[in-house]
Design a protein around this ligand. Structure first.
Ligand code: BYC
Length: 315
């Protein structure tokens, strides 16, 4: 039987990707492909879990029962997405506990957006509309990712994100059509969340070290800049429809390109936030660490119970 050289294996792997055949957990894959996926998928899982924090803060202050029920459901969905994505990451051989420890030690990244505070009830609308809106733009493309478990996880997640985006837009629409004070709250939330939402797509293509390889492997189907532009083009008319102003003086429809022109992003702010110096980085990681410590007795009790049952069965 012929033993394939790594280069043959790599060629066959790339051919499969080029033919749009999904890569499954037991298939051969280059180490670098596995590492890239573990990096991106675990960061994605962390983002879902850390992303619960700014919104969960508002559950007790929701203005009525309907809003509270919707927000509760949304935050629970995010927890589900996190668990789903940690499981998908495990199919690549990653150890879940080690992955979570990397988040708690500050070694692993998570989306920059969740280091900004939710200061008012209108921010809950802005998060749903803009943050989930940006997430869907990115995740619809990830439904066609070459790694089967990630692509399939994205299909379910996108359906839920779509409800999240709509509930946020509906909330802000209500405020924008309310009293002048309510409209002001809505505008203020848009002012604060617009630029951080654009940063969610990552650095510009020429500054993105992982993009070229991830595009070749069809992990990424559209580049950071393409997704960001699609998001702007889709979102600006939505803002106009509800009478809010996008906080960018240079925002202008360009007839020639068929896209909006916009002011370059403040990448210094982005890297400050990614590197741990955003307004809420410390608070977010402290909250996750504390949640693990506080839940330790549940883990210990579950392990003790499992151990006891094993002993009983083998007796
Ligand atoms: N924040 O080479 P690049 C949600 C890092 S949560 C922090 O372009 P890549 C929701 C990047 O990791 C949705 N770091 O990277 C939950 C890389 O550093 P490393 C979250 C960022 O991976 C609750 C470096 O910058 N979505 O929906 O090719 C409530 C260079 O970047 C960011 C996902 O996670 C950032 N914004 O592309 C509401 C989607 N951007 O790792 C909503 C999955 C970049 O080399 N992830 N970096 O040290 C992706 O699609 C890609 O990883 C990215 C970046 C487009 C984000």
């Amino acid at each position: 039987m012929k033993v394939l050289e790594t280069t043959d294996l790599e060629q066959k792997f790339q051919d499969k990707i080029d033919r749009e055949v999904k890569i499954e957990p037991n298939d051969w894959m280059p180490d670098a492909y596995r590492k890239t996926l573990i990096r991106q998928m675990s960061q994605h899982a962390h983002s879902e879990v850390v992303g619960m924090l700014p919104e969960a803060n508002w559950i007790t202050r929701a203005p009525n029962l309907r809003r509270k029920a919707v927000l509760l459901a949304k935050v629970q969905d995010e927890a589900g997405h996190g668990l789903y994505l940690y499981s998908a990451t495990e199919t690549l051989g990653a150890d879940r506990e080690a992955t979570i420890d990397d988040l708690h030690s500050g070694k692993a990244k998570y989306s920059s957006i969740f280091n900004y505070p939710a200061l008012s009830w209108a921010d809950i609308g802005a998060i749903g509309w803009l943050v989930d809106g940006a997430a869907i733009m990115n995740q619809v493309a990830l439904c066609r990712c070459s790694y089967g478990p990630y692509a399939r996880a994205m299909v379910k997640i996108c359906k839920e994100e779509s409800f999240h985006q709509r509930q946020g837009y509906e909330l802000l629409t209500t405020l924008a059509n309310g009293t002048p004070e309510q409209k002001e709250l809505a505008q203020d939330a848009l002012n604060r969340f617009w630029w951080p939402a654009l940063m969610m797509f990552g650095p510009n293509d020429d500054e993105s070290p992982n993009s070229a390889q991830s595009m070749k492997w069809k992990i990424k189907r559209l580049s950071n800049d393409e997704l960001r532009q699609n998001f702007i083009d889709a979102t600006v008319p939505q803002a106009e429809l509800i009478g809010l102003k996008v906080p960018d003086e240079n925002l202008k429809w360009n007839e020639e390109t068929g896209h909006y022109d916009f002011t370059p992003i403040n990448w210094d702010e982005f890297w400050q936030v990614v590197n741990g110096n955003g307004p809420c980085n410390k608070q977010r990681i402290d909250a996750r660490r504390k949640a693990k410590e506080n839940g330790m007795w549940v883990r210990e009790a579950a392990l003790a119970f499992a151990e006891k049952r094993k002993k009983k069965q083998s007796a």
